[in-house]
Design a protein around this ligand. Structure first.
Ligand code: C2O
Ligand code: CU
Ligand code: CU
Length: 478
């Protein structure tokens, strides 16, 4: 297996030798009343390590996809051609959209086919993403590279002085890890243990570049962080412990910047942060693992949580000797509607369970990956929700691992975790929420824009191995 030592020398013989790849930005083309994006799911090869060609998949490229740039209020059409040799789907994670446009397991695109969903962007400025959502194959297809970022702009974001020059001081960072073999391949071969713990790697990839560096040219830089890994949870911090501010969560800008020195980001979650740099300095963004988390949050099995929260040096920032000044972080960002649980008309409960570990598992005891005792079934609608009604969803985690719970077609708000209000950086719009071992998280949910009595949307754990193994359910909006 190629390890981190090799990774560090991947491109230039030095740690952080390779400059980070910045995905092309794709604003689509105007076609009458719609903005149209041409996307091709394709196989390719990628040279992650010098002299090694790795088989990968990508969207309009060899690994990962472009950053799709959209605007609030516009209508988009995504023309997705499947040039792979296998069926796939493309899901627009975080977006409110018609069920037939969702790109979940019911919208399969056969090889050679084109799928063209169209919908209006009912969102504020935000960082969303897209990825394969093929039933039982999501994990392997995302592992191979079928994912990309979406950036939505609106008048509020236009009017703020935040760093916003793409590729200069507004930088997408797709955080992933992968396990490579000696021949440079990264096959998706999972053991029973990987199925339980989720597939994690020994090599960090940022935008598909092994442990890269980024040359900083401005005194403030905004990073759009996406945890696009299959299973790893990154507890992010800088090597010098510096603080930074989070300005946006999954679904858009926070009310005000949240100062942090550590940021926990689970698969599926996004966070926009702004970091100050001094001329000439170097600093590394790391995933520091579970050690600093409150003990109660480290899980019943320390081993498991250590594995869920890997330690990596992710990327080095190298500041130029002279930095241009780039805007400021305003004291207030967006005005988020106040939330009141009194608005809720009902409460639904979701219990996340996974198979027993060790000997229990060997004996075939302990059930499967389930929500409310049921494993995902394409033919079963688990919940029927009324459009426009506010509900409380109460998500309980009975198992030893952390599960990031994601709901399609909505941005929700966290009410509390085990009765405690959310931290300021989690008080904004969310579509994926961490549910720690033994914890109960209550969220306020509403589905505003699109309904379909027939076609379901999904809710699921965003650890892709857990999702593929059945920790997923279906709901319709009527
Ligand atoms: Cu990010 Cu159901 O997906
Ligand atoms: Cu989604
Ligand atoms: Cu899970």
């Amino acid at each position: 297996m190629l390890g981190l030592g090799t990774a560090a020398k991947a491109q230039s013989g030095l740690p952080f030798g390779a400059p980070i790849a910045i995905p092309p930005s794709d604003g689509g083309t105007i076609n009458g009343p719609v903005t149209e994006y041409a996307l091709s799911l394709q196989n390719g090869t990628t040279e992650f390590f010098k002299g090694f060609q790795t088989d990968t998949s990508g969207i309009n490229g060899n690994y990962l996809g472009p950053v799709l740039r959209m605007r609030a209020g516009e209508t988009v059409r995504l023309k997705v051609t499947n040039n792979l040799k296998e069926p796939s789907t493309l899901h627009w994670h975080g977006l409110n959209l018609p069920a037939k446009a969702d790109g979940g397991p019911h919208q399969v695109i056969q090889p050679g086919e084109v799928w063209s969903p169209e919908f209006k962007i009912h969102h504020v400025a935000s960082t969303m993403w897209f990825h394969s959502h093929m039933l039982h194959e999501t994990a392997s297809q995302v592992w191979a590279g079928l994912a990309g970022m979406i950036v939505i702009d609106d008048e509020v974001s236009d009017g703020l002085d935040l760093p916003s020059t793409y590729g200069v001081n507004d930088i997408p960072l797709v955080l992933q890890d992968r396990r490579f073999d000696r021949d440079g391949s990264m096959p998706y071969v999972i053991s029973m243990h990987d199925e339980m713990a989720g597939m994690s790697g020994n090599v960090p990839l940022i935008n598909g570049t092994v442990q890269p560096h980024f040359s900083v040219s401005t005194d403030k830089v905004r990073f759009r962080l996406l945890n696009g890994s299959n299973a790893s949870i990154y507890n992010l911090a800088f090597s010098d412990g510096r603080s930074f501010v989070q300005i946006a969560s999954d679904g858009g800008l926070l009310g005000e910047p949240a100062p942090l020195s550590e940021l926990l980001l689970a698969p599926g979650e996004r966070a926009e942060i702004v970091v100050d740099f001094a001329a000439g300095e170097r600093v590394v963004l790391k995933s520091i693992g579970a050690a600093t988390l409150p003990r109660a949050r480290q899980g019943m099995g320390m081993m498991m949580s250590a594995e869920q929260l890997p330690q990596f040096d992710l990327i080095e920032f190298r500041a130029n000797d002279r930095l241009n000044s780039s805007g400021a972080v305003p004291k207030t960002l967006a005005s988020l509607p106040a939330i009141s649980e009194k608005d809720a008309t009902r409460t639904r409960s979701f219990l996340l369970e996974m198979p027993g570990m060790g000997p229990m598992r060997m004996l075939g005891l302990g059930g499967g990956f389930t929500i409310n005792g049921n494993s995902m079934d394409m033919q079963r609608i688990d919940e029927v929700v009324k459009m426009g009604e506010t509900e409380i969803w109460e998500i309980a985690n009975a198992g030893p691992m952390l599960h990031p719970f994601h709901i399609h077609n909505t941005q929700f708000r966290i009410l509390d975790r085990d009765g405690q209000p959310p931290a300021p950086n989690q008080a904004g719009l969310k579509d994926t929420v961490v549910v720690n071992p033994g914890e109960v998280v209550r969220i306020l949910v509403r589905f505003d824009n699109y309904a379909d009595p027939e076609r379901p949307y999904m809710y699921h754990c965003h650890i892709l191995e857990h999702e593929d193994a059945g920790m997923m359910g279906q709901f319709t909006v009527v």
